[in-house]
Structure formats: C-alpha cells, structure tokens
Design a protein around this ligand. Structure first.
Ligand SMILES: NC(=O)c1ccc[n+]([C@@H]2O[C@H](COP(=O)([O-])OP(=O)(O)OC[C@H]3O[C@@H](n4cnc5c(N)ncnc54)[C@H](OP(=O)(O)O)[C@@H]3O)[C@@H](O)[C@H]2O)c1
Length: 300
C-alpha cells in the first residue's frame, strides 16, 4: 500500500506492539509466535505507513533480539524494565546492566523510552533508588523518557505524589475507559506527561466473531450482544471503532497496536485512514476487572 503524507501524519500516532514477536501470545492468536520473516514484513509496512515507534519489553521472550536482528534504523524504541528481585543488592547497578543488555539485544545506542513494567515496586523501600537509577540513565542520555506501564489508573493514584514520570502507558479500549473516567488522562495532559495506550482490541477479544469467542466470556453475553447489535446498526467493523475510539483523543501521543500478521496491520492502517465516524456508546464501558484485565482470564 502507498500512503499519502496526510495519511502518514495520522498513522504516525500508531505504535507497533511486539509481544507477539517474542513469544506465543494472545487469546485470538491462532498461529503461535510470529515468524522472523513476517515480523520483518510487518515492520517494513509499518514504516512505509509513517509509523516510527516500537513498544517492547525485556520480558517479551525473544522480542528485543528479534527486533535487533531485523534492524532498527529510523525506529524509536520503548522497552520495559522487569520487576527487581528481593535478592537484588544494588538496584542502581542492576538497572544499568539490564538496560545495557537490552541495548545490545536491540543493537541500538539509546532508548526513546524506558518504562517500569511493575511500577508499584516504587513503593517498596528500594523504590527511591530505583527511580534515581532511571533518572541517571536519562541524564546520561541512554534513555530519552522514563515512565510507567500501568494496568490500572489506581496505580497513578498511589505513585503520583512521589514520582513524576515523563511517559505513561495505559490500557484503553471501548470497554476499558478508566483512563478517561478517572480523570487521569486530563491530569496527565495538564502535567505535560506523554500518554501512550495499548490493548485497543483486548488481545483481539473485541474483534472475534461470537462463534470464536471462548465459552468463559459467556457471562458477559448481554454486553457482547449490545456491541454486535450496535456495530450492525452503524454498519461499522469492530476494528474501525476500536481504533477510532483511541484516535479520537488528541491527548494520546501514541496508540499501540498488536498484530500477528501483515494482513492484520493492513486492516488497522486502513481503519485509521478511513476514520470511524461514530464513537461507541457509553453503555459499553465496564469496570469489571475480570473482563478488562487479561491476566485475570486464566481464573475464569
Ligand atoms: N483481524 C484480526 O483478527 C486482528 C487484527 C488486529 C489484531 N488482532 C489481535 O489483537 C491482538 C493485539 O491486541 P491489542 O493490540 O489490543 O493488544 P493486547 O494484546 O490486548 O495488549 C497489549 C499489551 O497489554 C498487556 N496485556 C495483554 N494481555 C495481558 C495479560 N494476559 N496479562 C497481562 N498483560 C497483558 C501486555 O503488556 P504487558 O505484558 O507488557 O503488560 C500486552 O503487550 C493481536 O495479537 C491479534 O491477535 C486481531
């Protein structure tokens, strides 16, 4: 596909999630870990569409190595530092070593962003040293922005008083609107903090046909019926609405999308270029964490 400059300037707000590139991942994933060739093709097409940001994590299996082996010229990379272990004696040295190793795997000299994958660890006694270590890396220009990858805006309530990040990554989708309803999106914007969102498709659950949706999600049947009926009535595809919902918020600098194939990326790019004319109804918003937090799904 060839994109005009106008499309590219819109598509640049998308960032590519890479959990799928390093491990078998996702409830709707049929084909396991995405192959090296497919990853290279996805990245090539994403770049041609104007995308410039990759979201990865040290915890995503081989993801960093895979990206590094393909080559990251022209990409801005955000990675995430895992939890430190209780046995860690020197937090500063540990952070530095983890980031240096990550830069080697990625084969780059500087990160656009370093996020804590478990920011609530900042509330432990070692938290101040952990944050200082991040600040030091920023001062030494190994990292441009430091921040937190959160699962719920409640984490911001707990951390805000003592720790000011440059960047926050949060879940957001047509069901999970807590970032907006909590008022945090506006607060972050007012404080000049960059906001990225992920989980637009809830691992693909929001895009699945009813026949493919696992049985355990039946308990939210009225919600699924409402979603399907509304899409039908509006004559819209779920992907257009999922992407359009996030794109409608100018406060979001980057909107991270996960894909298992180049074909899925194309669907997303077309949906953004087309633009969803309608926002999803308020009644679809849910706060039931068993549904909106994928780590709870194993317990259903
Ligand atoms: N046409 C189609 O069918 C189509 C098109 C596009 C996409 N999709 C599907 O949608 C998937 C991507 O969905 P998405 O962009 O909405 O992203 P997502 O997979 O919902 O979420 C992205 C991030 O959220 C966190 N997360 C997700 N599941 C988690 C879990 N079980 N426990 C803890 N954290 C979890 C993970 O970050 P952390 O682990 O770093 O916290 C993950 O990298 C693709 O893999 C593909 O299967 C399908």
């Amino acid at each position: 596909m060839i994109w005009c400059e106008h499309d590219k300037s819109r598509l640049r707000r998308l960032a590519l999630g890479t959990a799928q590139f390093g491990m078998v991942y996702g409830i709707s994933n049929q084909d396991g870990q995405v192959g090296h060739q497919e990853v290279a093709s996805i990245m090539r097409h994403a770049k041609a569409a104007g995308m410039d940001t990759l979201d990865t994590a040290m915890a995503y299996g081989d993801s960093e190595l895979c990206l590094g082996s393909i080559g990251l010229t022209g990409w801005r990379v955000i990675t995430k530092l895992p939890s430190f272990l209780e046995t860690c004696r020197d937090i500063t040295a540990w952070v530095r070593k983890e980031v240096e190793d990550s830069l080697v795997r990625l084969n780059i000299s500087c990160l656009a962003g370093l996020l804590l994958h478990a920011p609530m660890q900042l509330l432990k006694p070692e938290g101040t040293a952990l944050f200082k270590a991040l600040v030091q890396l920023r001062e030494q220009r190994m990292v441009e922005k430091i921040g937190f990858s959160i699962y719920s805006p409640d984490e911001l309530d707990a951390l805000w008083q003592d720790f000011r990040p440059d960047l926050i990554q949060s879940p957001l989708n047509v069901l999970d609107r807590r970032l907006v309803s909590s008022g945090w999106l506006k607060r972050l914007q007012a404080a000049g903090i960059e906001v990225h969102v992920r989980s637009l498709f809830l691992q693909g659950l929001l895009l699945m046909k009813p026949s493919a949706r696992p049985e355990k999600f039946k308990r939210w049947q009225p919600l699924w019926e409402h979603w399907a009926a509304w899409l039908d009535e509006q004559n819209l595809s779920p992907i257009t609405v999922c992407v359009g919902y996030a794109m409608s918020m100018p406060e979001l600098s980057r909107i991270i999308v996960g894909v298992d194939s180049k074909q899925q990326l194309d669907e997303i790019l077309l949906a953004v270029a087309k633009q969803s004319p309608v926002l999803p109804p308020d009644a679809l918003a849910v706060e039931d964490i068993d549904l909106i937090t994928p780590s709870h799904w194993n317990r259903l």
